[in-house]
Unconditional design. Sequence first.
Length: 430
Amino acid sequence: MKIAVIGMGYVGGTTAACFAELGHEVWGIDHDAKKIQLYKTGKAPFYEKGLDRLIKHNSSEGRLNFTTNISEGIKEAKVIIIAVGTPPKEDGSPDLSAMEKVAQEIGESLDHYAVIVEKSTVPIRTGEWMNKILGKHLSKERFDIAACPEFLQESTAVSDFMKPDRIVIGADSEKASPILFELYKPIVAPKIHTSIKAAEMIKHAVNAALYTKIAFAFSVSQLCDAEGNVDCIEVLRGVGLDKRVGEAFLQPGPGVGGFCFPKDLDALIAIQKQFRVYPGLFEAVREINKLQKNHVVNKVIKSFDGDISNQIIGVLGLAFKAGTNDMRLAASIDIIKELQKKGATIVAYDPKAMDEAKQIFTNIEYANSSEEVAEKSNALLILTEWPEFQELDMKKIREKLKIVIDTRNLFEPKRMKQLGYIYYCMGRPI
């Protein structure tokens, strides 16, 4: 069927390319002309493994087209997917102004029946709000609202789309539901039919649950560090093998980053306050994440006996996780800024996120390789789990420096000690 995807950011770009790969005729729409022009050359404006190949292939086959014109893009579309940004406002609640603008433009342009799908992460009752906006321009017979939240992880988004754990179809209309089940028919996965409100809430609840699980792992690693002789990797494995808990997301690290988890947790807290539901659990999760980044900074300071002024800290990894160039709310941002406040100079390298980092940091030095970082630094701080960092010749690097703070536990503490390093990791005894 013909579908339109409005908003060619991370979610929209991946969604458009993958639906085209499934055989649908897809129009990707965005007001940013530069972004659309880049898509027309066969490239996404962000790094995601395998996505450029899908864009090029489906564009050449004629199934994937791009435009800045909503009226052109939604013409004859049976499904219109809205995937615009919903950034947080000062109180943490999502800014729905882009959703409102798109809804108005759809209302002014739509001349046939279509299912309009919320793909953006939105608070409960957004469907009702969208109905009112569209209802000012269209008769009820012209459209139905639905919600199909996405569960894509950056660095594995294409695989997550094609082989999901489940597909949530939130639709209250008997006319809209069959169309959405037909849309997703090529994907073999459990398909859950819910109300629109339930689908809206599922997305926030899922991300809050995963964030809480990560915060649990952080808290355990902090306790293991404080005790000094307990390996959090052993503890978390013992916890994760309980089938009621599961091993996924039970890893220590420098702090949660990326746009989705922090934004969606803030939004859920704001929604809970709006409905007068106690938000303390998720406020604590947010605080643990903040403390984890402080914990990393303290490890760096401790490695220099309490004073990092005039020290050169080499940072390996700037993106919030490996496999992406996404710097949005990356843990590296707060950690680097705090180290700079303490007087440290930063030399940094990331395999994919250098250009994005340069939009954030103009007062750090950027190296061309991990080895160059080691050459210029008094200590290495590993913040992202890129495989190439684990493959470093640590015996050779030891000739240049002796301090490593490894927030991803890439190396074995025993070996690092044998090599003569002052080595700090997360929740593991040295």
